[in-house]
Write a protein that binds this ligand. Structure first.
Ligand code: NAP
Length: 316
C-alpha cells in the first residue's frame, strides 16, 4: 500500500480538528492520514484518537518549537486557536503566529487556517455604533483571527483562509438555547433582528475542511466560508419549536441589552451579533451553503442537526 500523506491537525481533541480527523479516518481509501496535535497525547481524548487510527503527537501553541516538531515531515496542517480558553487577544494572535511560522518553517505544501472576519474593516474603531473592547477591537475573538490571516498569507505556503460559522452546538453548550419565561412560554433570544445568521453543525466544519484538503490545489490561496444553512432567529425558533414539541417565540433583543447580560464574553458576543445583523448580506455571501455541500455532501441542515441533537438541548 502506498504511504499516506500526513496532515498535522491542531485542535484534534476539539470540535473542528476532531471533525477533520474523523472525516479522514472514515474514508478508508483516503490518500491522507491525520497526525493529531495535542498538549496531552496521553489524555483520554488522545488515546481515543490513537485507538481510532490517528497518529497522536505533543504540541503546544504557546511553545513555537513544539509545533515545528509536530509539523515536521507532514505535507499539510489544519490550524486553529481556541480564544475562549483564555479570552486573551494577544495570546491568541501569538498562537496563530506560532502556527503560521511552523507551517513556513516545515515547508508544508498546504495549510488551512480557521479564521473569521476582522470586523474593524467594516466597523472602524472610531465608529461609535458599538463599543471598542480591550483597547483595539470591536469583536475581539473575530478580529484577532482576521488580523492573524496575514501571518499565514505571508508564509508563502498555499493557505486556505477558512471562515467558519456559528455552531448550532452553542444552543447546547453555550447557554444560547430557549428559556422558559415567567409567562411559562419558551423564548429564544438572539440580537440579530430579522437578519439571517449562517450556522453549522460543528462536525461539518471538519468534514468541509476535508473537502478542501482533497482539492487543495484548487483551494490553496483562497478564502472560503462554510455554513449548513442561513437562518433568521424566527426560523431557528420555529425549528426548535418543532423539535421540542412546543411553540418557541423569537425575541430579537437589542445588541446593547445583550452586551449588558453580564456573563463572560457578553460584550464580545453582543458586538458579534450586531455585526452579524448589520453585515448579514456580506457575511452570508461569504459562506455559501452550496459550496459547503459540494465540499461535504453529508452537510446537515438545521432540521437534520436538530433531529440528531435536539434531545441534548436543555431548557434554561
Ligand atoms: P474546542 O472544541 O473547544 O477544543 C479546543 C482545542 O484547542 C482542543 O483540541 C485543544 O487541544 C486545542 N488547544 C487549545 N489550546 C492549545 C494549545 N495551547 N496548544 C495546543 N492545542 C491547544 O475548540 P473548537 O470549537 O474546535 O475551536 C475553537 C475556536 O472556534 C475558537 O477560537 C472560536 O472562536 C472558534 N469558533 C467558534 C464558533 C462557535 O460558534 N462556538 C464559531 C466559529 C468559530 P488540547 O487541549 O488537547 O491540547
Amino acid at each position: 500500500m502506498a504511504r499516506k500523506r500526513v496532515i498535522a491537525v491542531m485542535g484534534a481533541t476539539g470540535a473542528q480538528g476532531g471533525g477533520l480527523v474523523r472525516a479522514i479516518l472514515a474514508d478508508r481509501s483516503s490518500e491522507w492520514t491525520p497526525r493529531a496535535v495535542t498538549r496531552h497525547p496521553d489524555s483520554d481524548k488522545g488515546q481515543a484518537l490513537r485507538a481510532a487510527g490517528a497518529e497522536v503527537v505533543a504540541g503546544d501553541m504557546d511553545d513555537p518549537q513544539s509545533l515545528e516538531r509536530a509539523f515536521a515531515g507532514a505535507e499539510a496542517a489544519y490550524c486553529v486557536t481556541n480564544y475562549w480558553e483564555h479570552s486573551d487577544p494577544d495570546r491568541e494572535i501569538r498562537q496563530a503566529r506560532a502556527q503560521a511560522n511552523a507551517v513556513k518553517a516545515t515547508n508544508l505544501g498546504y495549510a488551512i487556517w480557521s479564521t473569521l472576519e476582522d470586523t474593524r474593516d467594516s466597523v472602524p474603531l472610531t465608529d461609535p455604533r458599538m463599543p471598542t473592547l480591550l483597547g483595539r477591537f470591536k469583536v475581539p475573538h473575530f478580529d484577532t483571527k482576521g488580523e492573524s490571516d496575514a501571518f499565514f498569507v505571508d508564509s508563502g505556503v498555499p493557505v486556505t483562509l477558512y471562515r467558519t460559522s456559528f455552531y448550532w452546538e452553542n444552543l447546547i453548550y453555550f447557554g444560547m438555547g430557549p428559556r422558559r419565561g415567567q409567562d411559562g412560554a419558551l423564548a429564544f433570544m438572539l440580537p440579530i433582528g430579522q437578519s439571517k445568521l449562517p450556522g453549522i453543525g460543528a462536525e461539518d466544519i471538519g468534514k468541509c475542511a476535508y473537502g478542501l484538503l482533497k482539492q487543495h490545489e484548487e483551494f490553496g490561496g483562497r478564502t472560503v466560508g462554510v455554513a449548513g444553512e442561513h437562518l433568521t432567529g424566527a426560523e431557528m425558533a420555529e425549528g426548535l419549536g418543532r423539535t421540542l414539541g412546543e411553540s418557541v417565540r423569537y425575541v430579537p433583543i437589542p445588541a446593547a441589552a445583550y452586551r449588558e447580560l453580564g456573563f463572560p464574553g457578553a460584550d464580545d458576543l453582543g458586538n458579534m451579533f450586531q455585526y452579524n445583523d448589520e453585515f448579514s448580506a456580506e457575511f452570508c455571501a461569504m459562506r455559501s451553503v452550496e459550496l459547503s455541500r459540494s465540499l461535504n455532501p453529508a452537510l446537515q441542515s438545521f432540521d437534520n442537526w436538530l433531529a440528531a441533537n435536539g434531545a441534548r438541548i436543555q431548557i434554561q
